[in-house]
Design a protein around this ligand. Structure first.
Ligand code: NAD
Length: 480
């Protein structure tokens, strides 16, 4: 027991006005789905939150038809300036309903309220504000005069940042003049459904954004729909591969934002206290359910023991528990399946000879939980150094020279992100230049900004989201 015990500080759920049942949001209205409805539950205590409709192929057809009508009749005829006004309105409504959205997100996803409140929802608003600004400036974006929208965008997103991934997809698509059919992940549909109410409040013309809930089959129906012009997917590399196959040979444009196994490289001259915070933020933020998480710590051999000791001390102070408590640092794992995967890979890590250390925290009786965990003595060939665990598990490897650090960092099928910690700017630039990763942070980690492009190499996918590059994927004539 520590000296400083925190009194419970739960965020009130009363700001959230949930319906018992949610339909599909098609053509500006909620309507029943013809697939079998499913429950969305709280991963923190497994309690039922709401019943959600599942979209069948026929429902996806209706959503795509609504998006096509809206594209032909309203959205593609509207000036960029007017489209921008809608996006500004959505951004402001997200800010107005920020607390409610944060509670919905933490309830459904399991992430700590301080993250959904201070990171996810503000970034959602920022994304809409940013792309609202682009809507009337497409002529000046560098793609020539009068760049044209693609038409109907079919978008499928994962459960780790449900509303933020929606914003990353919807905001640039609308700014560029496309209409949208989007599917949130089956374990986290709630914030997208609250967002549908925001679209109604914003008086967005019916059919411009359609939100269909359901599992993989619903996503597959969107991807293969013949009247979809553009597919944007964020999720696992396995599903991304299937989608690439389904889209191959069609005129559809495709962007894939997939998995990662980022190296966070700490040199002996790094500011160690900041690096420890950066390592913790890199892998324990959002329970490690982060595609660009710094899940492989590459630490210079001379400081390995010191860094590991400090990390253990720091992790012992993290508070695991109720996601709605404002003092919580580590929330719940999003689903029983994900917990199973984290446990399985951790077991394999032990079997392969790595040394496991887990923070000694009380695990709640109900719900899905995994303590912050570090593996040392990890070899580059170990599964825990190669596979994406997507949980609060850090694999620690060592290096002696910058060349060895670069070689080890690039020794992965992925290439989404990386971190470099050093006092020397010249070293940071030299190393960054040789890393095969789409995003590289220096003396920080997990920083996001709507003006900055994000995306990967190799099995982390292709295409960029964010910034001017993010518009490219939604405009004709421009490479995806
Ligand atoms: P997932 O691939 O299982 O599911 C993602 C989405 O795809 C869900 O909505 C799911 O219902 C849908 N889906 C499943 N099968 C489908 C199919 N055959 N066709 C179409 N859609 C289908 O991934 P997940 O477990 O929800 O998310 C975790 C993964 O997402 C991790 O690998 C993570 O790295 C990745 N991710 C990547 C980024 C990025 O920007 N690169 C961001 C967040 C998450």
């Amino acid at each position: 027991m520590s000296f400083l015990e925190y009194a419970p500080a739960p965020e009130s759920r009363s700001v959230l006005h949930l319906r018992d049942e949610y339909g599909l949001f098609i053509d500006g209205e909620f309507r029943p789905g013809s697939g079998e409805s499913f429950a969305t539950i709280s991963p923190a205590d497994e309690s039922h939150i709401a019943t959600v409709a599942a979209a069948s192929d026929a429902d996806v057809d209706a959503a795509v038809a609504a998006a096509r009508r809206a594209y032909d009749r309203t959205w593609s005829r509207m000036s960029g300036r007017d489209r921008g006004k809608y996006l500004f309105r959505i951004a402001r409504l997200v800010q107005e309903r920020a607390r409610e959205l944060a509670v919905a997100e933490s309830l459904d996803n399991g992430k700590p309220i301080k993250e959904s409140r201070d990171v996810d929802v503000p970034l959602v608003a920022a994304w809409f504000f940013y792309y609202a600004g682009w809507a009337d400036k497409l002529d000046h974006a560098g793609y020539g005069a009068n760049p044209r929208a693609l038409g109907v965008a079919g978008q499928v997103i994962p459960w780790n940042f449900p509303l933020l991934m929606l914003a990353w997809k919807v905001a640039p698509a609308l700014a560029a003049g496309n209409t949208v059919v989007i599917k949130p992940a089956e374990t986290t549909p709630l914030s997208a459904l609250v967002f549908a109410e925001i679209l109604q409040q914003a008086d967005l013309p019916p059919g411009v954004v359609n939100i269909v809930t359901g599992a993989g089959a619903t996503g597959a129906a969107i991807v293969r729909h013949p009247d979809v012009d553009k597919v944007a997917f964020t999720g696992s590399t396995g599903v991304g591969r299937e989608i690439a196959k389904a889209v191959a040979g069609t005129p559809k444009k495709l962007t894939l934002e997939l998995g990662g196994k980022a190296a966070n490289i700490v040199f002996e001259d790094a500011p160690i206290d900041q690096a420890i915070e950066g390592i913790v933020n890199g892998i324990f933020f959002n329970q490690g359910h982060v595609c660009c998480a710094g899940s492989r710590l590459l630490v210079q051999e001379s400081i390995h023991d010191d860094v590991v000791d400090r990390l253990k001390t720091r992790l012992s102070t993290l508070r695991l528990g109720d996601p709605l408590d404002k003092n919580t640092d580590i929330g719940a794992i999003n689903s029983a399946e994900q917990l199973q995967r984290i446990r399985e890979l951790s077991r394999i890590g032990e079997d392969e000879g790595a040394e496991r250390w887990s923070a000694d925290c009380a695990i709640p009786d109900k719900g899905f939980w995994f303590p912050p965990t570090i593996f040392t003595n990890v070899q580059a060939s170990h599964r825990i150094a190669r596979d994406e665990i997507f949980g609060p598990v850090l694999s620690v490897l060592t290096f002696r020279t910058p060349a060895e650090a670069i070689e080890k960092a690039n020794n992965t099928p992925y290439g989404l992100s990386a971190g470099i910690w050093s006092d020397k700017g010249s070293r940071i630039l030299a190393v960054a230049d040789r890393l095969r990763a789409g995003v590289i942070w220096a003396n920080t980690f997990n920083r996001f900004d709507p003006s900055s492009p994000f995306g990967g190499y190799k099995e982390s996918g292709y295409g960029r989201e964010g910034g001017r590059h993010g518009l490219l994927a939604y405009l004709k004539g421009a490479a995806a």
